[in-house]
Design a binder for this molecule. Structure first.
Ligand code: TYM
Length: 335
């Protein structure tokens, strides 16, 4: 609870630009849930350091991510949108919580296994303790609800385990958060290989729709999307490419699967893919226009970042002081 309301917390890594997967799995739901909660959204730049970044590009990506949150419809005057690295409490809590997290638990994390196989030359300790930092992000703000895509489910489970373990030892210190994972859109797949998750690190540019792709590129990529040798638009286990396109179309139009099947009855894949491409381009167009003007408005973005960094630091300090006291760290002597 924050300011008498339930708290929603989420964030994204500040690496590269966002994909349609990030948007449909998370960002769009943040906007939909926005009115009901007191909302805090982080630009997760500390997490991005687990993979090597080029400093200038990294800074640009982090700012672009901030502007994308706002462009998608999150008002920085009503929501606390801030940079993770600007609030030192994340790193401090992360250290304390790492002493309450077992290696056995971290060894089970599928994302760690996956990332270490993709970055075999840089399996650093940060990659390993990544879930502890994520738990700290969430617990620091006493979040009730955390809207994320399917791939973050395991990280939410370990967050809950850490919170419960800590609470069992020290009393009710942390709110135990619930994950919010949408029914459609929780796992958007690659357009070139529908068995693989859509990801910004995909080397094949046709596999991924980026939020700032222009209309023609979006439509072209959907036209090339891999489907199957059948011709009927139908939601079925053995048709992963079509299922993915139906999920995307359902998320952006609000139509359910049977309505989509009816709409494209007897019309073939070509028409369906074009319709999905156009619907996605239409959905992203207002966001792209808003983004283009925001990213030019340095004074506005800077003032929002400053105001919200302070707000976030204030919320975080409250929890951190409580945790430090509970575990028995000596309180600071104040003048
Ligand atoms: P990240 O940056 O990888 O992804 C951001 C959000 O996008 C979702 N997502 C997807 N959803 C559907 N289909 C896809 N193909 C797809 N790809 C990504 C992710 O599930 C996520 O919700 N560890 C987090 C960032 C983080 C965080 C947090 C999130 C750090 N601290 C605290 C919530 C709360 C991450 O790497 O997300």
């Amino acid at each position: 609870m924050l300011n008498g309301r339930k708290t929603l917390y989420s964030g994204m890594q500040a690496t590269g630009t966002l994909t349609l997967g990030n948007y449909l799995g998370a960002l769009k739901n943040w906007v939909n849930l926005n009115e009901e909660y007191e909302c805090i959204y982080g630009v997760m730049d500390l997490h991005s350091l687990t993979v090597r970044q080029t400093p200038a590009e990294f800074r640009k990506n982090a700012r672009s991510l901030y502007a994308l949150y706002v462009a998608a419809g999150l008002d920085p005057e009503k929501n606390c949108i801030y940079y993770q690295s600007h609030v030192s409490g994340h790193a401090e809590l992360s250290w304390i919580l790492s002493c309450f997290t077992y290696m056995g638990e971290l060894n089970r994390m599928t994302q760690f296994k996956d990332k270490s196989s993709r970055h075999a030359d840089n399996i650093n300790a940060g990659l390993y303790t990544y879930p502890v930092l994520m738990a700290s992000d969430i617990l620091l703000y006493q979040a009730d609800l955390v809207p994320v895509g399917q791939d973050q489910k395991q990280h939410l489970e370990i967050t809950r385990d850490i919170a419960q373990r800590f609470n069992a030892l020290y009393g009710d210190v942390f709110t135990v958060p619930e994950a919010y994972i949408p029914k459609a859109g929780a796992k958007i797949m690659s357009l070139s290989d529908p068995q693989k998750k859509m990801s910004k690190s995909d080397e094949n540019a046709n596999a991924t729709i980026l939020l700032l792709d222009d209309r023609d590129s979006i439509i072209r990529k959907f036209k090339r999307a891999v489907t199957d040798s059948d011709t009927v638009v139908r939601y079925a286990e053995e048709k992963p490419g079509i299922r993915n396109l139906m999920d995307i179309y359902s998320c952006v139009t609000g139509k359910d699967y049977s309505a989509i099947e009816q709409e494209f009855e007897g019309r073939g894949y070509g028409e369906f893919k074009l319709a999905v491409g156009e619907a996605v381009a239409d959905e992203l167009s207002p966001l792209q226009k808003h983004y283009a003007s925001l990213i030019e408005d340095k004074a506005y973005l800077d003032s929002m970042i400053k105001m919200n960094d302070e707000k976030a630091a204030y919320y975080a300090a409250k929890t951190l002081r409580k945790v430090q006291k509970k575990v028995g760290l000596t309180e600071r002597i104040r003048a």
